[in-house]
Design a protein around this ligand. Structure first.
Ligand code: ATP
Ligand code: MG
Length: 596
């Protein structure tokens, strides 16, 4: 199906930060963008100063920085001035424990206010923050604490008991465990967050911080293999700020909600840092996904800018289909919502259009990785949307398509790559690594880091094509792309087509080795509620896909699976579907959703 371009209203409610794409690109420079940041009073650059202290000392001090919606719907508000004091206390508490510059502080917490205090207090203290997703089981937690050289861990009594206590002896470098909430007294070898905070002063002068000082350690999602620890520095804040202005169109008066957990890079860069640097009010949902709850938060909190993920949007679509009565969204007042964006996985065109029709706003897809630290390619508020395209490179970002070899990775001959200038031809997405939030290494894995660069480009491992007007289209991860009868097939294209079928909620597509074709395309499908997996549906789906995609690309086999394996950040784990299908070792499963 050909999806129509979505054009924007000529008089938007708020004038977008980027109104003329070409002009914004030609006028942009990172050094000029730096003028929007304050810098430390004594020189240097520290993320927490930009995110908190500079606002606390200004007329924004009394504004709500965080609005935390509890599981029971009670709302706790923290102003910028209060956040400055709390984070100062936490920085002093760390200092009192002897934890300082460069020491690794890990968080293993739900989305509670203390998490935000710990993150920003750690950055004030020039220690390095590494967030862990609180649903990780004991092994992934221990693996990351060890890999990341954890010195301090901030968690709750329940999480500590279940996930850390037993393995503590095997973590000799972990000097301090700080317990948020009650229970520290009953757990040997732990300290109480509240007690440490009450003893600490709420004045803290951020020490000299170099823009190149390590600030954050982020483990990747583990979609294609074992998670890697990506190192980011304080200077990343410039990337967070500028990209949030352009790709999320943040304005100072916005109320903003990023649904990603801060255990992942999106929840940190765009759930904490970028919005606070912009001085907006950040909505934090301490609860889990529920369609009614989410619409209620959007309405009651007056969310104006919303950053979410394809998997969440697809769950909302399942709950509120386009064809049916739009009861759920219609019963909430979403009139404050003015901009919706999505990241993390390919956004199928149907989801973009669903937003347009059901929420009254199209969804703006954007692309980036843990490694890039900030959004690289995006659809912008002022620009048309071509559903299915992830958009165009941000000002300050140079992106290219590189010609690929048989292995689906960029061809490097005598150290040189070839830029693919023909529109529509697939190749590896590459970026000129000169933006401030680019990762500075994979922790303890120099070789892997170096292998990610060639001929002055950073090779992303994703396959894309670019159309004649410069829009980028995602094809697949190099590891997921299927070679079948001489064609290179991106699973996303097949999944998107299948999801246009009324019976399909989600799909994961892999290649299954075949003696004749090399590989045949196999689709795993989860059906919408109420649809039964019958042979008739299977036939209908196969025929539907053949009509949409042609016989060379359409799946030859279908399996029904209501629980597609996903990473905890919500991405379909095709490598696991493939391993199960072929009886291969399943590899690292630490980020598999639902695993212990
Ligand atoms: P790992 O590197 O451990 O396999 P991961 O790549 O999923 O995990 P992240 O850094 O969280 O870890 O995700 C970045 C990847 O997510 C991108 O390289 C891309 O494959 C995918 N992605 C992100 N945004 C988009 C998007 N808008 N469209 C398509 N794919 C996207
Ligand atoms: Mg990756």
């Amino acid at each position: 199906m050909v999806w129509e371009t979505i054009r924007k209203e000529s008089a938007p409610r708020v004038t977008p930060n980027l109104t003329d794409y070409d002009r914004a690109r030609s006028e942009f420079s990172w050094s000029r963008a730096r003028a929007a940041l304050a810098g430390l009073p004594g020189g240097g650059l520290n993320i927490a100063h930009e995110a908190v202290d500079r606002h606390a000392g200004s007329e924004r001090g009394g504004r709500a920085a965080l609005r935390c919606v509890g599981r029971d719907a009670t709302v706790r508000t923290v102003t910028y001035a209060e956040l400055a004091k709390r984070t100062a206390r936490f920085a002093n508490a760390l200092r009192s424990l002897g934890a300082g510059h460069g020491d690794r502080v890990f968080t293993l917490l739900g989305r509670c206010p203390e998490l935000y205090t710990a993150v920003l207090g750690t950055l004030k203290n020039t220690s390095v923050l590494c967030p862990l997703f609180s649903a990780f089981g004991p092994d992934p937690v221990a693996q990351r604490l060890r890999l990341g050289d954890a010195r301090v861990l901030v968690t709750t009594a329940a999480l500590y008991r279940r996930k850390v206590a037993e393995l503590r002896a095997a973590l000799p470098g972990l000097d301090h465990v700080i317990i948020v909430g009650p229970g520290a007294g009953d757990l040997p070898g732990t300290l109480s967050f509240d007690e440490l905070m009450s003893r600490a002063s709420d004045h803290f002068a951020i020490p000299a911080t170099s823009p190149e000082d390590m600030a954050l350690l982020h483990f990747t999602s583990g979609t294609t293999g074992a998670p890697k620890g990506a190192v980011h520095v304080h200077q990343a804040v410039l990337g967070h700020y500028a990209t949030a202005a352009y790709a999320l169109d943040l304005h100072p008066e916005d109320v903003y909600w990023c649904t990603a957990d801060p255990g992942w890079v999106t929840g940190m860069s765009y759930g904490i840092i970028a919005p606070l640097v912009h001085g907006v009010t950040v909505v934090v949902d301490e609860g889990e996904y529920d369609a009614g709850r989410w619409y209620r938060i959007l309405a009651e909190q007056h969310v104006s800018v919303w950053y979410t993920a394809p998997t969440a949007l697809r769950m909302l679509m399942r709950a509120t289909p386009r064809q049916g009565p739009h009861d759920l969204p219609a019963s909430y007042d979403l009139s404050r919502l003015r901009f919706v964006a999505s990241v993390g996985e390919p956004l199928n065109p149907e989801a973009v259009v669903w937003g347009h029709e059901v929420l009254g706003l199209p969804v703006h897809d954007n692309w980036w990785q843990t490694e890039t630290g900030s959004i690289m390619i995006a659809n912008f508020a002022a620009c048309e949307i071509r559903p299915g395209s992830m958009g165009r490179p941000l000002p300050g970002v140079e992106a290219s398509v590189l010609r690929c070899g048989d292995d689906g990775r960029a061809l490097v001959t005598d150290g040189r790559v070839r830029v693919e200038n023909r529109p529509g031809v697939e190749g590896e997405l590459a970026l000129r690594p000169d933006w401030p939030s680019m990762f500075r290494g994979y922790l303890h894995d120099k070789e892997r880091y170096e292998a990610a660069f060639a001929d002055g480009w950073y090779l992303t491992g994703d396959l894309v094509s670019r159309d004649a007007d410069g829009w980028f289209w995602f094809v697949g991860r190099a590891d997921d792309v299927i070679k079948s009868a001489g064609h290179l097939i991106g699973p996303f294209e097949v999944e998107s087509a299948l999801m246009e079928h009324r019976a399909v909620a989600e799909a994961g597509v892999i290649g299954r080795p075949d003696p004749v074709a090399g590989n045949i395309v196999k689709a795993f499908i989860s059906l919408r509620p109420g649809v039964q997996p019958t042979p008739a549906i299977e036939r209908d789906l196969l025929a539907f896909a053949r009509r949409r995609l042609g016989p060379a690309v359409a799946p030859r086999e279908i399996a029904f699976d209501q629980n597609l394996p996903k990473t905890r950040s919500g991405k379909v784990m095709r490598r696991l579907l493939r391993a199960r299908e072929l009886g291969l070792p399943t590899g690292d499963l630490s980020t598999l959703e639902g695993s212990a």
